[in-house]
Design a protein. Structure first.
Length: 66
């Protein structure tokens, strides 16, 4: 299926947000913020949040600094 990931169209077979993150080899232990169609998805909901055709998903890494 086709989704828009961080502003770029992409093909994926991931059924959930958690599967999408795992497939991207992103360290899920990092501080991540995930938005699906403009709504922030809580980490506890990644496993149960589906990814469907046309979704707009943004994955952001939160970096601290001083």
């Amino acid at each position: 299926m086709r989704i828009v990931l961080n502003g770029t169209e992409q093909e994926t077979t991931a059924a959930t947000v958690a599967a999408l993150i795992a497939g991207l080899s992103i360290d899920h232990e990092q501080f991540l913020a995930v938005s699906r169609n403009g709504t922030i998805i809580k980490r506890t909901e990644w496993e149960s949040t589906p990814v469907v055709e046309g979704d707009r998903i943004d994955i952001l890494t939160i970096v601290g600094g001083g």
